[in-house]
Write a protein that binds this ligand. Structure first.
Ligand SMILES: [Zn+2]
Length: 129
């Protein structure tokens, strides 16, 4: 893969999130536990089940269900918005073709805001590669 600019990496991760969010069960979601059904995730309005993470005695199944419910599609889309905003609002600044920082006023590029967004984007993209 050719080397991507920070903005391209951020937009790539945002696009990946948006593609995965398309046509999933709308959020918000909640987790639920019962002896009969184990740990599972469903919509808050209880119209759809989304995931089953294990029996009630299985290690981590309750935490997994809570985690999935916490990161329902609207959370993912919010992260996509944040990544795209970081790409839009932070661009390299040059003086006489010499890089002098970020347009946000930071003296370096990628600036601190972009570095944090890139850390998230790279974790998302890592799941693709
Ligand atoms: Zn910046």
């Amino acid at each position: 893969m050719p080397l991507l600019t920070p903005a391209e990496e951020l937009r790539s991760a945002a696009l990946y999130i948006r593609r995965h969010a398309a046509d999933v069960t709308p959020g918000p979601w909640k987790s639920e536990a019962s002896v009969a059904h184990g740990h599972r995730v469903g919509t808050v309005d209880e119209t759809n089940w989304v995931a089953w993470t294990g029996e009630t005695g299985e290690e981590s199944s309750a935490r997994d269900a809570d985690w999935i419910a916490l990161f329902h599609p609207m959370v993912g889309l919010g992260i996509a918005d944040w990544l795209e905003n970081a790409a839009d609002l932070h661009t390299p600044r040059h003086h006489n073709d010499v890089p002098v920082g970020c347009c946000c006023g930071a003296g370096d590029f990628p600036c601190n805001d972009v570095r944090h967004a890139l850390a998230v984007a790279r974790q998302i993209i890592r799941g693709v590669a």
